[in-house]
Design a protein around this ligand. Structure first.
Ligand code: FMN
Ligand code: SF4
Length: 666
């Protein structure tokens, strides 16, 4: 391994439990051990693969006592699962040298998604529409949660103790309590502005923490002091009010847990028996701290986690875009944060730790913090996977098996879809040649990755280029494929991944000199002054608008629909932050706006039946893309497939899935 990363491979202790390195895979819902009281068979390979590849401590996906969507109480049915398959899974994980904690939760309270939850079979969301006090639901503030009763609190506490005991008996190394963080039920109790109770669970800090500390004490008393208990902990809530987050650098008054109160909270948790704080910041109201999107800088939660470590004697793990190893190692070296908490990177590349250990960080497929395949998918009630790696949690469905019949595969287009299809085809043993008419690999993604905040996207392009170089694929840049080349290549399988073209919109004045396409603007660095009008409030329009505003331009976004960022699959953590960032940078958003004409120095619009003009030194068209049809009529190979944007314009997740679907069947 690289010398500077050695510290990441030193052991640390949680109570008497030794963890072999500093890498902690933090919990992700959708990967719970138990589903309706039964072992969740689908997660077995997922955990074993990460353990095999060197993770020090794995924390399981969340299991909520009494179920997060009010389905039947499952704990009584779970004994068999703990005694059988869970015990076996833990043995397998231990064989690989990893330790394993189970994350167990008291519930969601006001952050439950009542609409999505209601869709689950057997759900009874009314049963869990409670909170510390009467509080508005975060997804739909018009729906008010009732105050949870003391009897319900006791039932949850006892259930969690019971689960912890079963976990311990099954050989699980510890439990993590979910969560005095992110605005979940226990956090709602802990935070003054969300707890107006007058009983023993409200008022002073000790009372507000009673629910959490009773759970910890109960587990310690049932499982023994030596059984490690972790607490998922949010150092500061970073919220200005309900559904109002506080952005990095923003001057604001904390509505949730303050940095001033946090040390006392952490100390009380430690006194109750918590052995490790698995920490970050944020709340659902400021989701981008606990679930940092691409717009959030890496290591965003480190300052507060380092701060809190000064007030406790137990280890502090910090999560939130912590995967870049040079900085992660430097943070551990500083000695305040003990463990590097990483989640999504393990969805994007299960071999993250192994590759670091082998001194090959450049081979790690980078997580691009898009949330499309993980959090976004989870919130929509679909399972968790990774946009860049559909195989994650679908190991059998997307197994990459050697081909029985080696074929000559020709790929037209060196964008992400083309490169992924090339990579997979080569991995399966086919002979692959890739034609790209421009001088670079990456396609439209080069422009998407251009803004300064898209470092991870740029890394992804580099990763693909490297994969192309090391997979024995022949790359022909600056070469437009045609019937002759398809024939000359003796092509058996032709995969057309030639991408998309910018949509033309019929606006008077569209050909004027002040008009540019968003792709060209992104590529040129969005470095403008003056008045810039962006036509189109989709993802590229808004990202360009934000980048332009950051660079000092005065930006207006015009959108014909009644909302911006209405993009399929876009996670709320990402859209929430981008919207707030644009507002923070004074980008004016005009929705339900019809564009009448572009003139030399302004744009004429109609909005709410009124005509007006907006000054414009430059107009950027971000009206989306449509498939490039250049190879539609080609019939020169035995098998022909069209994938990615060339088939239908989609996000990265869609085009990569297309590549898998084709490359795994040829
Ligand atoms: C799909 C998904 C589900 C998550 N579910 C949980 C959860 O149930 N419990 C929890 O404590 N954290 C959960 N998290 C948060 C992660 O553990 C982690 O703190 C967060 O993703 C930031 O780390 P990262 O940047 O390394 O992904 C989840 C994250 C994702 C992406
Ligand atoms: S879907 Fe996006 S954010 Fe989630 S793990 Fe994959 S690359 Fe990372």
């Amino acid at each position: 391994m690289k010398k500077e990363h050695e510290i990441l491979f030193t052991p640390f202790k949680i109570r008497d439990l030794e963890i072999k390195n500093r890498i902690v895979m933090t919990s992700m819902s959708g990967t719970a051990l138990i589903n309706k009281g039964q072992f969740n068979e689908g997660i077995k390979e997922y955990y074993i693969e990460r353990a095999k590849n060197g993770v020090g401590l794995i924390v399981s996906g969340l299991s909520v006592a009494y179920d997060m969507f009010g389905r039947d109480y499952w704990v009584n049915d779970a004994k068999e699962a703990f005694d059988g398959p869970i015990r076996e899974l833990v043995k397998d994980i231990h064989k690989e040298g990893a330790k394993f904690f189970m994350q167990i939760g008291a519930g969601l309270g006001r952050v439950v998604n009542l609409e999505t939850g209601a869709k689950f079979e057997g759900a009874n969301v009314a049963k869990v529409q409670f909170a510390s006090s009467e509080l508005p639901n975060v997804w739909d503030p018009s729906r008010i949660h009732r105050e949870i009763t003391v009897e319900e609190i006791h039932k949850i506490t006892n259930a969690l103790i019971e689960i912890a005991l079963m976990a311990k008996d099954a050989g699980i190394d510890g439990v993590e309590i979910h969560a005095v963080h992110e605005g979940y039920l226990l956090d709602q109790f802990a935070i003054t502005s969300m707890n107006r109770r007058t009983d023993e669970y409200g008022g002073c800090l000790e009372n507000r923490l009673r629910f959490a500390t009773d759970i910890v004490k109960g587990i310690k008393s049932a499982c023994g002091k030596g059984f490690p208990v972790s607490m998922r902990y949010g150092v500061a809530s970073k919220m200005k009010g309900f559904n109002q987050g506080a952005l990095p650098g923003e001057d604001y008054l904390e509505f949730g847990r303050t940095l001033e109160e946090s040390p006392a909270v952490a100390r009380l948790l430690q006194e109750a028996g918590v052995d490790v704080l698995n920490a970050d910041n944020g709340s659902y109201d400021s989701w981008y701290w606990a679930h940092p999107p691409v717009y959030m800088k890496p290591f965003c939660n480190v300052p507060e986690c380092e701060y809190i470590s000064d007030f406790v004697d137990i280890p502090v793990i910090c999560a939130g875009r912590m995967e870049e190893p040079d900085t992660a190692a430097e943070i551990i070296r500083r000695g305040k944060i003990t463990g590097v908490g990483i989640a999504r990177q393990f969805l994007a590349d299960p071999e993250y730790v192994k590759k670091l250990e082998q001194g090959k960080p450049e081979t790690i497929r980078p997580c691009i913090a898009c949330h499309n395949g993980c959090l976004g998918s989870l919130v929509m009630g679909k399972g968790v996977t990774c946009a860049l790696r559909p195989k994650t949690l679908h190991e059998k469905e997307y197994a990459i098996t050697p081909t029985k019949e080696k074929k000559k595969v020709m790929i037209i287009g060196g964008g992400i879809a083309g490169m992924e299809a090339a990579r997979l085809s080569a991995l399966r043993g086919h002979e692959v040649v890739l034609y790209e008419e421009s001088d670079a690999l990456g396609g439209v993604f080069i422009a998407a990755a251009a803004p300064a905040f898209k470092e991870a996207d740029k890394k992804l392009i580099e990763w693909y280029k490297r994969e192309m170089e090391h997979s024995g694929i022949t790359i022909r840049l600056n070469t437009k494929a045609d019937e002759t080349s398809i024939k000359n290549e003796k092509t058996d399988v032709l995969i057309v991944a030639c991408g998309s073209i910018s949509k033309k919109i019929p606006i008077s004045g569209i050909d004027r000199e002040i008009v540019v396409n968003v792709k060209d603007e992104l590529l040129s660095g969005c470095d403008e002054n003056g008045n810039i009008v962006v036509i189109g409030g989709g993802l590229s329009g808004c990202e360009a608008a934000y980048e332009l505003a950051q660079n000092g331009a005065n930006v207006t976004v015009l959108e014909v629909q009644d909302r911006i960022l209405d993009v399929p699959g876009l996670s709320m953590a990402n859209s929430m932050m981008l919207k707030e960032l644009m507002a923070y940078k004074n980008v004016e958003i005009l929705t339900s706006t019809k564009i009448l004409r572009i003139n030399d120095s302004n744009v004429e619009i109609e909005r709410n039946g009124k005509l007006s003009t907006i000054q414009a030194d430059k107009v950027i068209i971000a009206a989306g893309y449509s498939p490039k049809k250049d190879f539609e009529s080609i019939e020169m190979a035995a098998e022909i497939y069209t994938i990615g944007d060339a088939a239908r314009v989609g996000n990265l997740m869609a085009v990569i899935k297309d590549a898998y679907d084709v490359a795994l069947k040829i």
